[in-house]
Design a protein around this ligand. Structure first.
Ligand SMILES: [Zn+2]
Ligand SMILES: [Zn+2]
Length: 258
């Protein structure tokens, strides 16, 4: 057993099996992906993978903007989605206005380009484009202090060869992947909807033997959590609401099941 007196070095938290929200703590820095906002700008990264409503609603609503000092802002990184909505604005533009309007200018969307790398508190954040029905940027986190990396997919087409290559080539220590459906008969439908299926993750499992795979953002049509637990367990994947990681990532601990 790992000596745990020094405590965990990372914690990964989900809101619910079907939610796209992911909160990662790596040492003393937090990464909120498609999730709620914090006023602690010195410690928090806020990241939006793509502009589907379930991925933005937590960061546009709620939160404690009143705790911000005057002139303080919350920065939210989001894909520079240039798709035109009308003659003068893009998908990114209308969302920047939406956030500014609802938060009286307190939350500022900052555009991220495909492949862009951002430095924060000794961490490199990389926007990894993964094909989905609209522009989606997975977040690849590489923290200089730990010898492990984390990749959070957002929504992605699991059967796409380039997508798979983008993930496999980075050999993440922890892969947090959307897994919309798990039944074999749903495979074609999952691909048509540009999502990822259990079968795609099982294939990645083969290609990434040293990676801890955590499925998330499961379809709401699954209400039988114990069946999901069994399926993911059988496929050597980690499924849980709160997971702690220690120096040896294989010594992870699910501290709160769904
Ligand atoms: Zn989604
Ligand atoms: Zn989506």
């Amino acid at each position: 057993m790992q000596d745990r007196t020094g405590g965990s070095i990372a914690r990964i938290e989900f809101h619910a099996p079907y939610h796209p929200n992911v909160l990662i703590r790596l040492f003393d820095t937090y990464y909120s992906i498609d999730g709620a906002c914090s006023n602690r700008q010195d410690r928090y990264i806020h990241w939006i993978t793509h502009f589907h409503f379930d991925h933005i609603r937590s960061s546009v609503a709620g939160g404690a903007d009143f705790l911000l000092k005057q002139d303080e802002h919350i920065t939210i990184y989001a894909p520079h989605d240039p798709t035109p909505v009308d003659e003068c604005s893009s998908v990114f533009d209308i969302h920047r206005k939406l956030y500014a309007h609802h938060t009286k200018g307190k939350r500022v969307l900052v555009p991220v380009m495909p492949g862009e790398k951002i430095q924060f508190n000794g961490t490199t954040l990389e926007a990894v484009p993964l094909r989905h029905s609209i522009d989606n940027f997975a977040l690849f986190i590489d923290n200089g202090r730990a010898d492990f990396t984390v990749l959070v997919t957002g929504d992605w087409l699991g059967s796409d060869e380039e997508n798979r290559e983008a993930i496999v080539s980075r050999e993440p220590s922890i892969l947090i992947s959307e897994c919309r459906y798990v039944n074999e008969r749903s495979y074609d439908m999952t691909a048509e909807r540009m999502h990822a299926h259990l079968r795609d993750l099982v294939e990645l499992r083969e290609l990434l033997p040293d990676t801890v795979i955590i499925p998330y953002h499961i379809s709401r049509t699954f209400s039988n959590i114990s069946a999901l637990n069994r399926i993911f367990d059988e496929n050597n994947m980690v499924f849980g609401k709160k997971i702690l990681f220690y120096e040896d990532i294989m010594q992870y601990e699910v501290t709160e099941p769904y």
